[in-house]
Design a protein around this ligand. Structure first.
Ligand code: BES
Ligand code: ZN
Length: 483
């Protein structure tokens, strides 16, 4: 009798748990073609709630989501988790909303700073950071070591900003509703137009399809995070002060459906934050194809931002020490966090390590380790592209004083006359602007030569800043004392 009761109890337990699993449905958005195929294959496990363009909002069973991963796509999940029906529908609509009134003009004007920056990239730092991240053993979103990696990156960024003496930098943790793992965001507040945002990001979590206790995620995506950290280090070391706000993001829980980035992008969109451009770094260190950087041309990406990246490579990386090549490829689905930003209508791009299909074959396994790659030559190219992108899109604050070109521009002050002369730089000065210490422009002097004299007889004695605008090399700003 006791035995039968026991058996009954276990049978009940089994039935309840099977039902609980079957009842495990969630909202998501996905490619509408995938959704229709799934509806044909598993009619009871997916409801297509709404479709707009090539995206559908669905209510889907976990079992069906797994099938999607196995059968329809090379890589899954191929869907983006949404915590509610409202959010799923909102995602279908927002693209149109944000795309209104948006004209972002990408230009290349900061040659001096960019050339300085790309010379400073150090591949050893990228190696160190990949090894550190791999060292957590797993960064699967439910593990405490994943959260620890995020808190440690927060500490690292705070220490870097402090060491650089930056009061315009802050680092914050972003807690999520649909994962216990947090994300981390570092912000450099724009000096001139802080409401305009330039963002680079990547996911810091990892996954192993067979055992999430061992998910080193060295290429996917310690490489992207290490690339972003190195970009930030160079910007601090060169005292780069952006006009626009620049943010660096490390996302939680990308590997289970872009959970971290979609919550953040939704919040930015909800708060009407003007993100002018978002660039994703996810897998930067495996050189699987004949070219170096692969610009992904998925239709949800921004063609103008992609063209800007291509122009940057053409301008800064077509010859010389920093030369590398590019090709184009596509994921054909929302394969990484840039999709979360694109879905909110923001201009997004994803420069990738190889042609799709020739990428690192060890990802999502215990073999995605640094030793499988051996060096960071490949990621170093992405760090350079990232610096080119950040500096040229956020632009340098004109009143930051660039002392590194001290020896290129000679100034002499005598009898309230400022004599300037360019040495060893193949360029001409178009215009010289003089600012007072409050930042007000008080003199504009056109030059069109390599040297000249500006008479400042009617100015008070004291501190001023002279900004020399070049024909080719952007500008140099120098402080001087009028006497
Ligand atoms: N790094 C990959 C994305 C990737 C893999 C891009 C291979 C190109 C080639 C990312 O971490 C990932 O695994 N994404 C998922 C989809 C996501 C929505 C969970 C994938 O591709 O399976
Ligand atoms: Zn992945």
């Amino acid at each position: 009798m006791k035995n039968t009761l026991f058996r009954l109890f276990f049978l009940l337990l089994f039935v309840v748990s099977v039902q609980a699993q079957e009842a495990s449905y969630f909202y998501a958005t996905m490619d509408s073609n995938d959704a229709s195929k799934l509806k044909v294959a598993l009619p009871n496990e997916i409801d297509i709630i709404a479709t707009k363009g090539n995206q559908s909002a669905v209510y889907i069973a976990r079992t069906a989501a797994l099938k999607l991963q196995e059968s329809l796509l090379l890589h899954g999940p191929g869907y983006v988790f949404k915590s509610s029906l409202e959010k799923a529908l909102f995602s279908l609509d927002t693209k149109a909303i944000n795309q209104q009134n948006k004209i972002v003009n990408f230009t290349i004007t900061e040659d001096v700073l960019v050339n300085q920056a790309i010379n400073m990239v150090n591949s050893d730092n990228i190696e160190d950071d990949i090894l550190t991240l791999e060292g957590y053993g797993t960064r699967y979103h439910t593990k405490t070591s994943a959260a620890q990696a995020v808190y440690d990156l927060k500490d690292k960024w705070e220490a870097m900003a402090l060491a650089a003496g930056r009061t315009d930098v802050s680092v914050r943790i972003f807690n999520h509703s649909n994962t216990n793992m947090p994300s981390v965001i570092m912000t450099i507040e724009g000096a001139e137009t802080p409401d305009d945002y330039i963002i680079i990001g990547g996911h810091i979590d990892s996954i192993n399809s067979s055992n999430n206790n061992d998910a080193p995620g060295a290429d996917d995506n310690a490489s992207g995070i290490a690339t972003i950290i190195e970009i930030s280090r160079v910007l601090f070391d060169m005292d780069f002060i952006p006009k626009k706000t620049v943010e660096f993001m490390a996302f939680a829980a990308e590997e289970i459906g872009l959970v971290g980035s979609s919550e953040i992008a939704e919040e930015y969109s909800y708060n009407n934050i003007n993100v002018e451009a978002y660039v994703q770094f996810d897998m930067t260190n495996y050189a699987g194809s004949s070219s170096d950087v692969y610009i992904t041309t998925d239709t949800y990406n921004s063609a103008s931002l992609n063209n800007f990246l291509i122009d940057l490579i053409g301008h800064y990386n077509s010859s010389g020490d920093h030369q590398f090549t590019y090709g184009t490829t596509a994921c054909n689905y929302g394969c990484s966090d840039h999709f979360s930003w694109a879905q909110q209508g923001y201009d997004a791009a994803f420069p990738f390590e190889a042609a799709f299909g020739q990428h690192n074959p060890f990802i999502h396994s215990s073999q995605d380790t640094y030793s499988m790659m051996g060096n960071t030559d490949h990621a170093t190219k992405f760090a350079k592209l990232g610096l080119e992108f950040v500096i040229e899109s956020a632009k340098s604050n004109a009143l930051s004083v660039n002392d590194y070109l001290n020896n290129k521009m000679l100034l002499l002050m005598k009898d309230k006359q400022l004599t300037y002369r360019l040495v060893d730089l193949d360029d001409t000065i178009l215009e010289v602007s003089i600012y007072d210490i409050s930042g007000k422009k008080i003199v504009t002097h056109s030059s069109n030569r390599q040297s000249g004299i500006i008479s400042l007889q009617n100015l008070d004695l004291g501190f001023y800043i002279a900004v020399f605008n070049f024909n080719k090399n952007g500008y140099i700003a120098k402080k001087f004392i009028l006497r």
